[in-house]
Design a protein around this ligand. Structure first.
Ligand code: GUN
Ligand code: ZN
Length: 450
């Protein structure tokens, strides 16, 4: 067991008012192994109350520091680190001119390995301790990312990007290498066999999870989407991730390719790809029937404001989402997104929420923004401790002990501004607006204690 004395930020339990932050200026966080030997939070609260209950536990004192839950990035592309800041008229030319050429390079295991090591280090440096990530359509990239995350004990979910049409030939899923006999008839079938083999190899190993990953409906044939849905039915415990309703030209294309479905989103439901633990990036251009479908199926949206602003995709409709009531959380969407920093993403979400304010009279509170990138994103992933799953994104007793140590004096301006805060919302808002990787003094990952 170990304890940390610092200011503490965490969130009310799921089921209570979701965005309510709890704050203890002089707190004690006690961590220790659970029955499985995973390091979890044992106790949290005021130092004066908790310390007497754990007299034998060594305490690390961090005066002037704030301990907060590790951030959860609900949607990020590991092969797109080098794509950040690539300008284009919109999503489709951006994919064609920058993203697909870069992703081709991940066929090479050495290229994938060095990119994965950098990517995991960059997430941790920015305080992200759980991520749902895209890899490329090459199995090498998936293995490289899982291996890099495993080495750091990071909680990471990824999967083979399924793409069997409408992309450059060397980026489509490939048939098995000559000389190997897998029984696959074609590249589509091979991509599904490869996905299943990767599920068996990685899902549930240490802190890793698998996500069935059709890139988006336009780059998959009916057969591939159908196969992905069948795989999802066979493995109900794995995640599903894709993109939807991000950009007007993308939507028109998806509607042309799948005219029988009621909407672009409904295409995924029609192939059995909507359920709990299914995370759809963007979800911007929705109608209320789409919102209802999200709610009924338990799927969740990954809101990616810096990406949506950078690519000119549009503004997520918070008021619409809350009116109908479906789950969502925040995501960097690097490399459409412009930053690995959760502070930049939270600030982007604030701007997006302000856009909606003119329609709905709604402005996102700093507590709500922070929740969307921690406990809210964990809830969207099904990692909030309900349904017998692990809990991350919070520091309630039982949560895995992933946290960040924030230094509010990290820059002269942060020091000046945070010292003026009269209450919690002012403190959190100062950090959201002025913060970046410099605010993260340390990222601590839950250790295996056996
Ligand atoms: N839609 C399909 N692929 C992508 C991608 O890589 N990034 C974004 N932002 N949208 C997508
Ligand atoms: Zn994306």
């Amino acid at each position: 067991m170990k304890a940390y004395r610092a200011s503490l930020l965490w969130f009310a339990p799921p089921g209570e008012a979701p965005a309510r932050a709890l704050y203890e200026p002089d707190g004690l966080l006690v961590v220790g192994p659970d029955a499985r030997g995973t390091q979890v939070v044992q106790a949290i609260g005021a130092w004066s109350v908790v310390a007497p209950q754990y007299p034998q536990v060594p305490v690390e004192h961090l005066p002037g520091r704030i301990i907060a839950p590790g951030f959860v990035d609900l949607h990020v592309h590991f092969p797109q680190t080098n794509v950040i800041g690539s300008p284009a008229d919109g999503l489709l030319p951006w994919l064609e001119n920058y993203t697909f050429p870069e992703e081709k390079r991940f066929a090479a295991p050495e290229y994938s390995a060095q990119a994965a090591t950098f990517f995991i280090a960059e997430l941790l440096r920015n305080g992200v301790t759980t991520a749902l990530a895209f890899a490329t359509s090459h199995t090498e990239s998936v293995n490289a990312l899982f291996a890099a995350a495993q080495a750091e004990r990071m909680r990471l979910v990824t999967g083979l990007c399924l793409m069997d049409r409408h992309a450059p030939a060397d980026l489509l899923n490939q048939c098995a290498a000559a000389g190997t006999s897998t029984g696959a008839k074609d590249a589509t079938e091979q991509s599904l066999l490869d996905s299943e083999a990767l599920i068996r190899q990685w899902h549930g190993k240490d802190r890793l999870g698998y996500a069935i990953t059709p890139r988006f409906a336009p780059t998959s044939t009916d057969a591939q989407l159908r196969g992905a849905g069948e795989l999802a039915a066979k493995y109900p415990e794995v995640w599903i991730q894709s993109h939807v309703a991000e950009n007007k030209a993308e939507i028109a294309w998806a509607r042309e390719l799948f005219p029988e479905s009621r909407s672009y989103l409904a295409t995924y439901a029609d192939f059995g790809l909507m359920r709990k633990k299914a995370i759809y990036a963007h979800c911007i251009h929705f109608d209320d029937d789409d919102r209802q479908l999200m709610r009924e199926t338990g799927a969740a949206a990954a809101i990616s404001p810096t990406s949506n602003l950078f690519l000119g995709s549009g503004f997520f409709d918070y008021a619409g989402a809350d009116r109908v009531g479906f789950r969502y959380g925040l995501a960097s969407d690097v490399g459409g997104g412009t930053s690995f920093s959760p502070f930049h993403t939270m600030l982007g979400a604030y701007y997006v929420g302000r856009e909606g304010q003119t329609k709905a009279g709604l402005s996102l509170s700093p507590q709500a923004l922070w929740w969307q990138h921690t406990a809210g994103a964990a809830q969207a992933l099904g990692l909030d401790g309900t349904d017998g799953q692990a809990a991350v994104g919070n520091l309630l007793p039982g949560c895995e002990a992933d946290f960040v140590v924030l230094n509010p004096q990290a820059t002269p301006l942060l020091a000046r501004k945070t010292a003026l805060a009269n209450h919690l919302d002012e403190l959190l808002f100062s950090m959201i607006v002025l913060g970046d990787d410099r605010l993260i003094e340390k990222t601590v990952i839950s250790q295996a204690m056996v």
